[in-house]
Write a protein that binds this ligand. Structure first.
Ligand SMILES: C[S@@+](CC[C@H](N)C(=O)[O-])C[C@H]1O[C@@H](n2cnc3c(N)ncnc32)[C@H](O)[C@@H]1O
Length: 228
C-alpha cells in the first residue's frame, strides 16, 4: 500500500468513500493511487498540464496495481474533465492564484461538488476570491511535514457570511475540530502578521486598509489562541 505524507493524508481524509475524484496537477499521482488502493474511489482522474509529471504519474500508476481505476489526462486545469464525470475536485500543492484560476475559469456550476484545495501560499486571497464568487470553506485541517504546516481547505458552492479577517488565516473549524496543530499554527501566523504589520507601519506608502485588516486578524487569532 502506498504511503502518504501527512499533507496528502489530510487531503485524502476529505475525500468521501465512493466518490469519483479528479486530482488536478497530480504530478507523481501518489494521491490517486492511494485513493484507489484504499477503495475510497472506484475511479480517479489524474491530470497535469505538463508531460514530464504526467510521465512520472504514468510510471507510478503502472507500478501499482491500480491502472484500471486511474485515468491520466494531459490538460490545463479542469478543461480535460467532464463536469458530470466527478464529484470531488482536488487541487493541491500549487499557488493560490493558479488554484483560483483553475476553479473560476472552468465555468462549472459546482453545486454538487466538493473541492479540496491545498494552496502553498496566500490562503486569505484564495478564500476571499472564492467567497466573492459564491464559495465557502466548509471544513479545514492542518498537516505538518518536515517542519512545515500546510492548511487544507474543504470548499463548497453556497452562500455564507463574509469571512472575518481571522477566518482568512484560520477558520473556526480548526478550533471546533480541536486540530492538534492549531496552537503552533496560530502562534506562527500571528508572529508573521505582526512582522508584516510592523513593515506596513514603517513603510513610506503606509496602507491604512491593510494595516487594519492585519490588526483585526491578529486580534481574532489571539482570541482563538486563548480558546484553543
Ligand atoms: C508541486 S506539484 C503538486 C503535485 C500534487 N498535487 C501534490 O500536491 O503533491 C504541482 C503540479 O501541478 C501541475 N500544474 C500546475 N498548473 C496546472 C494547471 N493549471 N493545470 C493542471 N496542472 C497544473 C504542475 O505541472 C505540477 O506537476
Amino acid at each position: 500500500m502506498t504511503v502518504l505524507s501527512n499533507r496528502l493524508k489530510a487531503i485524502a481524509s476529505f475525500v468521501p468513500q465512493g466518490s469519483a475524484a479528479v486530482d488536478v496537477g497530480t504530478d507523481h499521482a501518489i494521491l490517486p493511487i492511494w485513493l484507489a488502493e484504499a477503495g475510497i474511489c472506484s475511479r480517479v482522474i489524474a491530470t497535469d498540464i505538463n508531460t514530464e509529471p504526467l510521465q512520472r504519474a504514468y510510471s507510478n500508476v503502472r507500478a501499482s496495481a491500480m491502472s484500471e481505476k486511474i485515468e491520466l489526462r494531459l490538460g490545463q486545469g479542469l478543461a480535460c474533465v467532464g463536469e458530470e464525470e466527478i464529484n470531488v475536485i482536488i487541487v493541491a500543492g500549487m499557488g493560490s492564484d493558479n488554484i483560483g484560476d483553475i476553479i473560476l475559469e472552468s465555468g462549472w456550476c459546482f453545486s454538487e461538488k466538493r473541492l479540496i484545495l491545498q494552496p502553498m501560499t496566500k490562503h486569505p486571497e484564495l478564500i476571499g476570491r472564492l467567497w466573492q464568487n459564491g464559495f465557502f470553506v466548509r471544513d479545514e485541517k492542518l498537516a505538518k511535514d518536515a517542519g512545515k504546516i500546510y492548511r487544507i481547505l474543504q470548499v463548497e458552492k453556497g452562500i455564507s457570511p463574509e469571512p472575518s479577517p481571522a477566518d482568512l488565516y484560520a477558520g473556526e473549524a480548526l478550533l471546533t475540530n480541536h486540530d492538534p496543530l492549531l496552537r503552533e499554527y496560530l502562534h506562527k501566523t500571528v508572529e508573521r502578521l505582526e512582522r508584516a504589520l510592523s513593515g506596513i507601519r514603517h513603510s513610506r506608502g503606509y496602507e491604512e486598509k491593510s494595516a487594519l485588516l492585519f490588526q483585526r486578524a491578529i486580534e481574532g487569532l489571539g482570541m482563538m489562541i486563548r480558546l484553543s
